[in-house]
Ligand binder design. Structure first.
Ligand code: ARG
Length: 467
């Protein structure tokens, strides 16, 4: 027996671990973040051990009381782990043993750090699924407010970044609201699927002690224990799922950020960012830079990296626990912190930006974005759509050659191409009419978009009222 080691697992080895191994192995600098979950898990475990008579009831009670004392000290910042602590689990157990002696040493009966860490981390991830959902719900609220104010703000819609058909800025914001509502729904799913308590899985093969897994699961807010002890300790799907959900959300954030960067350029000038949410240049006095949007776009790469790191760490691991799995925490913490920090600046940046409706309308008036409507006009007068399409193609060519737009063509000029044109073509191609006419379900017509806005608000309230 190695008497010199202070490690909980000292016993088998004849030497203490080399200090370089300790440094490399230790996870306390990042897993201290799980301290409250670790204490909650230990309170549930100790209570269960006492209830089942696996340890003396009065010792279980002492453990629970002392764990609560420790929690209070941590909250008040009075207790911090020594730099050479191994991880949060051993630190709390050592602390209990220092304070309570034998009772502390009994806490780990019928438990392993493997089911302990899986439980702690799952508790943390489950809470964060809901907390992240709340963050995205706040973004959705902002986008819906922007949509509401801009249901009639006509702007060009694009494909291939070429002006395509008229939409409204409100409709555009509703598109992003849909994406982030799906993110909220994915986070809800992730929270629900992470509903199996690993505690009681032991190191990998459960335990011979007569524990009550239903009791600990219930105390920790799970509806049931995990079904299989090997899976209980080796599953990190819950972490991967949160990372995957955040990665998809980061794609959405990055796309919106990209649009905001484009729109705030002089070339577009569709929006102007508030001075408080933009930055200047150290050399070019005229510059107003969209740093917040750029960083949100850039940091999406970090979040994908976190997902890739954990997928790669997990992919070849044999059952059950392997130390590789310690890599799970930093990836998830980083992704959560990155998204939270990004949203804290991104949401108010969206709230405070000025929408330049005139500029959008002007851009919509150029580039023939009502050409489809012109062809539709002919089609509704009996011209087969393909012929109508060709005729309007010819009209657009004529306009370009003669510096005209569809609006400034005369009726006689229109009739050079098709006799079906009448005076009412001008109404049919007016941009406001083109948008109004797109009143199909999910279309940009203000009346239709208002209905979808109401539906989106109703969905949002499911997430905000659930809290
Ligand atoms: N710090 C470890 C982790 O995060 C705790 C589990 C240690 N288990 C073990 N068998 N070494 O994964």
């Amino acid at each position: 027996m190695n008497e010199n080691s202070d490690k909980l697992w000292a016993g088998r080895a004849s030497k203490s671990a080399d200090s370089r191994v300790n440094d490399f192995n230790s996870s306390i600098r990042f897993d201290f973040r799980l301290v409250m979950e670790d204490i909650r898990g230990s309170i549930a475990h100790a209570s269960m051990l006492g209830r089942r008579g696996i340890i003396p009831a009065e010792q279980a009670a002492k453990l629970v009381d002392e764990l609560e004392v420790i929690a209070g000290e941590v909250v008040r910042g009075e207790l911090a782990p020594p730099a050479d602590a191994e991880d949060i689990h051993t630190f709390i157990e050592a602390e209990l043993t220092r304070r309570l002696g034998d009772a502390g040493k009994r806490l780990h009966t019928a438990r392993s750090r493997n089911d302990q860490v899986a439980t702690d981390f799952k508790l943390w991830v489950r809470e964060e699924c809901l907390a992240m959902r709340k963050e995205f719900a706040a973004l959705v609220r902002t986008l819906l407010n922007l949509a509401e104010k801009n249901l009639e703000t006509v702007m060009p819609g694009y494909t291939h970044l070429q002006r395509a058909q008229p939409v409204t800025f409100g409709h555009y914001m509703l598109a992003y609201a849909q994406m982030f509502l799906r993110d909220c729904s994915r986070l809800t799913d992730a929270h629900e699927r992470a509903d199996g308590c690993p505690l009681g899985s032991g190191a990998l093969a459960g335990t011979t002690h007569p524990i009550d897994r239903e009791m600990t699961a219930e105390l920790l807010g799970f509806s049931a224990p995990c079904e299989n002890s090997l899976d209980g300790v080796s599953d990190r799907d819950f972490a991967l799922e949160l990372l995957a959900d955040l990665s998809i959300a980061a794609v959405h954030l990055s796309r919106l950020a990209e649009e905001i960067i484009l729109w705030s350029s002089t070339e577009f000038s569709f929006i102007e960012l508030d001075d408080a949410f933009s930055t200047g240049s150290s050399i070019m006095p005229q510059k107003k830079n969209p740093d917040v949007a750029e960083l949100v776009r850039g940091k999406s790469g970090r979040v994908f990296g976190d997902l890739t790191a954990l997928l790669t760490a997990m992919k070849g691991l044999p059952l059950a626990y392997n130390k590789d799995m310690q890599e799970d925490k930093e990836a998830v913490f980083d992704a959560v912190d990155t998204i939270r920090l990004g949203l804290s600046a991104f949401i108010p940046m969206c709230e405070t930006m000025t929408v330049n409706a005139e500029r959008m309308r002007e851009a919509a008036g150029k580039g023939f974005i009502n050409a489809t409507d012109c062809a539709d006009y002919l089609a509704s007068r009996g011209v087969p759509f393909r012929d109508a399409y060709k005729a309007v193609g010819g009209i657009v060519k004529y306009c370009i050659e003669n510096s005209k737009t569809l609006e400034t063509m005369t009726l006689d000029e229109y009739r050079l191409f098709r006799p079906e044109f009448e005076e009412d073509v001008f109404e049919a191609i007016s941009l406001e009419k083109c948008v109004e006419g797109r009143c199909v379900y999910g279309g940009p017509a203000p009346k239709e978009a208002a209905k979808r806005l109401a539906a989106a608000r109703a969905r949002l309230s499911e997430y905000t009222e659930a809290e």
